[in-house]
Design a protein around this ligand. Structure first.
Ligand code: PMP
Length: 285
């Protein structure tokens, strides 16, 4: 089936959704993006995603050529045009067409792209059996060089870590910052449980301020759990009672092994399962 893609200021057929080879999004990874879910025909946490997109763009001095309201309308139009009731939206803002040189000021008009499609998820068994992960050797981008809060089109740091995981037969890698503190997984945020308390690294440790992370913190507190944002080290992950990742595509997924250390005897833990159910209810109801 051919999709309708939002390109610039209108919907076009997928076959005609072309981007110039002179777009700095392609030439330099100069741009920002968002991944958002649609559940039961409703765009999940649209305000939070649009807000993060504009903040990311502002940090790059990239002027999105639409107001937030216009972008939200375009998003909903794209979802409806494709008849998506449960799916995934990729919103991309590139710097636009410019000269071959790096100079972003040579690019006159940023390009807005919105793709609404179905989503490829982790296999169902992984939610029941849990994910095995490794600690990556690739150090998370230094926050003073490329702030990890910026959801930019440049994911090479994460891709290096992902390759390490794949090379070792795993799907995910945990990244640590330049000080050795846990930052995040390659596309998800990290949580552990220790003695009934939930811990997650602060965003300042080098992670994206995940929207699923925010929702899960809220749901956990509503369910009576203490959630503490604190710098974590590898030892904390290796000795955690429970471990899970959160993200738009992954939702809440249990981790049962890290660097050959079993978590909860290799089974998803009870608090993790409770939060998976709470998230599912919140997102789908
Ligand atoms: N960290 C990174 C590097 C990500 O790309 C993502 C999004 N896939 C996340 C964390 C999770 O953020 P969110 O819950 O907003 O999807």
């Amino acid at each position: 089936m051919s999709l309708k893609i939002w390109l610039g200021d209108k919907l076009v057929d997928q076959e005609n959704a072309m981007v110039s080879v002179f777009d700095h999004g392609l030439l330099y990874g100069d741009g920002v993006f968002e991944g958002t879910r649609v559940y039961n025909g409703k765009v999940f946490e649209i305000d939070a995603h649009v807000n993060r997109l504009y903040v990311s763009a502002k940090s790059l001095r990239l002027n999105i050529p639409m107001t937030r309201e216009q972008l939200k309308e375009a998003t909903v139009k794209t979802v409806e045009a494709n008849g998506i009731t449960d799916g995934y939206i990729r919103t991309i803002i590139t710097r636009g067409v410019g000269s071959l040189g790096l100079n972003p000021l040579s690019c006159k008009t940023p390009l807005v792209i919105i793709i609404a499609s179905t989503i490829q998820l982790y296999p169902k068994e992984l939610y029941q059996n849990g994910l095995k992960v490794i600690s990556a050797n690739t150090v998370r981008n230094h926050p003073l060089s490329l702030p990890p809060q910026v959801k930019s089109l440049n994911y090479l740091n994460n891709i290096f870590a992902k390759l390490e995981a794949l090379d070792r037969g795993m799907l995910e890698a945990i990244m640590y910052n330049h000080m050795g503190f846990v930052a995040e997984a390659t596309g998800d945020n990290v949580f552990i449980v220790k003695d009934g308390v939930i811990f997650t690294p602060p965003v300042s440790s080098g992670s994206l301020d995940g929207i699923t992370r925010q929702v899960v913190i809220k749901l956990a507190r509503e369910n009576g759990y203490e959630v503490i944002e604190k710098d974590l080290v590898k030892f904390d992950l290796h000795t955690a009672d429970e471990f899970f990742l959160t993200g738009t595509a992954a939702e809440v997924i249990p981790v049962v092994e890290i660097d050959a250390h079993l978590v909860n005897d290799g089974k998803p833990g009870p608090i993790t399962k409770q939060l998976m159910a709470a998230f599912d209810k919140y997102a789908r109801s």
